[in-house]
Design a protein around this ligand. Sequence first.
Ligand code: MRU
Length: 344
Amino acid sequence: MPVETLRWWDNRGLDIIDQRLLPLQEKRILLTTTDEVCLAIKSLAVRGAPAIGVAAAYGVVVAAREKTDRTHVMNALAKLRKTRPTAVNLFNALDRMEAILDQAFGSTDPAEVLLQAARGIHEEDDRICRELAGYGAQLLSDGDTVLTHCNAGGLATSGYGTALGVVYAAVEAGKRIRVYAGETRPLLQGARLTAWELSRNGIDVTVICDSMAASVLREGKIDHVIVGADRIAANGDTANKIGTYGLSVCARAHGVPLYIAAPLTSFDFSTASGDEIPIEQRDASEIHTIAGTTVAPPDVSFYNPAFDVTPAENITAIISEKGIASQPFAMVLAEWAKGYRRIM
Ligand code: MRU
């Protein structure tokens, strides 16, 4: 049962499931201004690299409906670009929307032309996630257990997911798969979102605290670690939710393969290595307060990077809609870059 993470609703605006409230409340909100879309992305009401890209594309439509004026839409593009720095899907989607502004503003209905483009990005994301999931599922055997981190599922995409898409595709192919989900502090995307969507899809999920992952790997409970990506550099270095790097070190130490599952919209072929990937720094309150309860003295120092970079050498394979790239990645990724044709 795919999640309707986001949809263009009733020709009125962008309707999203408010991920800040899950799993306690399943509430949808309708975003009808550029500022509302920007805030929803910044505050993680809509989150996960592919979903951020699709939401931003619809944000451009929202802007064109606010005011049929090219300068207003250009300003909205600039505001949307500033929402979150790491997930490259945001910039890919906005570049694609910007590329059709001439066509849109040369037509009688610019908002409608932009809406068709945003719908194209949305439908493409659903299709490519399903394609990559099909490739990834070949790596899983009946009875396997997967450890994942953060949420790279339907909620993080147009509905099917990347890392969790691999699990869904394997289950649809008749394999029995169990999942361990790291809780993913500070914002608990694993405990709140991954556990929610897997359980509503009938998949056996066990939530662990992030600090338990090393020992769970050592105990031999895990066959594969599968995570998503916010930005993959040309050499395969991968930025993903903070904690992924530590997990990769532990997986490698215990001989457990780690796979990155991500569509080409999450690749940044112009970035040579992970050192150049901008890492989002978020507010200290996300660490000292959990669900309204203070858990650390708020007047001490906090460091809250939202992502880390897993070096390519800790990654066993990268799964995209083009197939499965094994080590060494550089040549295969260069081939994927050549064949990367965006659909409008
Ligand atoms: O801060 P978030 O919740 O947007 O971070 C999400 C992740 O790190 C995901 O793993 C990544 O975006 C891949 S989603 C398919």
